[in-house]
Design a protein around this ligand. Structure first.
Ligand code: GTP
Ligand code: IMP
Ligand code: MG
Length: 440
């Protein structure tokens, strides 16, 4: 059976965690394939509200295998805390597997993440400060330490010694920070490795065998296509290798690209962005900004503040130009449109249909920051519905103007909206087509 990838079509935080939690019921494996602790997935279910950074959102379905794949970078401290939190709250992690090939976030990565942002000055990205970026830099620089290394104490001691000599020179000479102590890190990370050992496996072989047996595999993306290193608004992007877009799904778990048969694009009903970089439809002040950020008219307690950092998310109208672009980059076959409830208080809703740059109408975002900042959105205005939609479960029960809005978004993306999310909870959704071919 083919694999399904769930990706973010904007700048992350579209609600992928929530969509994966919903679809997990039809799959036997749910796997993260890229990013690291920078990701923050919020899941609300019968056990309460959870913020997951590394563990796949399928963990709440007891009979599923959840995998942290080879494409992920793991902060052992953060992962152990996440496992402990889940166990305390009654969620079993007995079926969690961690790839031996995944890279490890080391103490210098967190220090360098923050110090580097300060050093960049005006070029700062607004990272999550979790060390994820520097861990990917080391992966590409071939200086990374992998999970398998942690479990082989001799290899780890040798690698740590030489890597730390290199990193301490960097920390002291470039960043003006004190050097890190070899023995302290050795002890701490060997202990982390031993605690993680029961979960570590050859996940590539595991997934390939499951695929050969015809099992359904759900690949859970992190961040969004506009934060991707290649396809995003560079340099204001994240640094996942493999990419956070759908094509990275195969590499980050160890399958061939032909194993991927479906791509679910998760799009928020408007735009949000955390961190720096261009955002043509951003609303920087006024009542519309307040309403979008605080989720006025939608489910209370779901205001737009970052899951990982708590930072206020920048907000703006749905950008049809960028939605079309990311749908094509990912080969989206099905759309999950989230947070429709958060638009319920508006009398009019805008969508961006093109940009104007220096008097010219264009259908793509210019590549440089200065030019992108001159891109003025051309808006189309649609009527709002001004009605609570959080209890709607059938398309026919949605107000006419809400249905019109969904259809308009479908036209930009060029793929059917099969799921409309009207609240953060698992069943707060209108599912019009079951993408796994299971009848509704
Ligand atoms: P990243 O991997 O960090 O990009 O995150 P994500 O795509 O999993 O999204 P995240 O959980 O960070 O943010 C989505 C937020 O919206 C969470 O607070 C969810 O609980 C909430 N949410 C998801 N769907 C809906 C919805 O339909 N309505 C409302 N009101 N909230 C929603
Ligand atoms: P980094 O991934 O921590 O290096 O951050 C790089 C950029 O990606 C910053 O703009 C972050 O705000 C953004 N980013 C990273 N992870 C997420 C996420 O999970 N949701 C939203 N934005 C993110
Ligand atoms: Mg998030």
């Amino acid at each position: 059976m083919p694999a399904t990838v769930v990706i973010g079509g904007q700048w992350g935080d579209e609600g992928k965690g929530r969509v994966v939690d919903y679809h997990a019921r039809h799959c036997s494996i749910i796997a993260r394939y890229s990013a690291g602790t920078n990701a923050g997935h919020t899941i609300v279910n019968e056990l309460g509200k959870f913020a997951l950074h590394l563990v796949p959102a399928g963990i709440f379905h007891g009979d599923k295998t959840c995998i942290i794949g080879n494409g992920v970078v793991i902060d052992p401290d953060a992962l152990l805390a996440e496992i402990a939190m889940l166990c305390e709250r009654g969620v079993s992690t007995a079926r969690l597997l961690i790839s031996q090939h995944a890279h490890v976030i080391m103490p210098w990565h967190r220090l360098i993440d923050r110090a580097d942002e300060a050093l960049r000055g005006e070029l700062a990205i607004g990272t999550t400060g979790t060390g994820t970026g520097p861990a990917f830099h080391d992966k590409v620089a071939r200086l990374g330490i992998r999970v398998a290394d942690l479990l082989d104490h001799d290899t780890f001691a040798w690698k740590l010694k030489h890597t730390l000599e290199y990193k301490n020179r960097l920390l002291t000479a470039l960043y003006g920070l004190p050097p890190l102590d070899y023995q302290t890190i050795l002890r701490e990370y060997i202990s982390h490795g031993e605690q993680l050992r029961p979960y570590v496996a050859d996940t590539i072989a595991y997934v390939q065998e499951a695929d050969a047996r015809g099992e359904m595999i759900l690949l859970e993306g992190a961040q969004g296509s506009l934060l991707d290193l290649d396809t995003g608004t560079y340099p204001y992007v994240t640094s996942s290798v493999p990419a956070s877009v759908a094509a990275g799904g195969a590499i980050g778990i160890g399958l061939g690209p032909t194993a991927i048969a479906r791509v679910v694009g998760v799009y928020k009903s408007y735009q949000t962005r955390v961190g720096n970089g261009p955002m043509p439809t951003e609303i920087i002040e006024g009542p519309a900004m307040e309403m979008l950020r605080e989720g006025v008219g939608g489910v209370a307690g779901t205001a737009e503040y970052g899951t990982t950092t708590g930072r206020a998310r920048r907000v703006g109208w749905f950008d049809g130009v960028l939605a079309r672009y990311t749908a094509r980059i990912n080969g989206v076959t099905s759309v999950a449109l989230t947070r429709l409830d958060s638009l319920s208080a508006f009398e009019h809703i805008k969508v961006c249909v093109a940009y104007e740059v220096d008097g010219r109408r264009v259908n793509t975002l210019p590549a440089t920051l200065t030019e992108a900042q001159r891109a003025r959105p051309v808006y189309e205005q649609l009527p709002g519905w001004r009605q609570d939609v959080t209890d709607v479960r059938h398309l026919g029960d949605l107000p006419t103007h809400a249905r019109q809005y969904v259809r308009r978004i479908e036209q930009f993306i060029g793929a059917p909206v099969d799921m409309i999310s009207v609240g953060p909870e698992r069943e707060q959704a209108i599912v019009t087509r079951d993408i796994f071919g299971v009848s509704l």
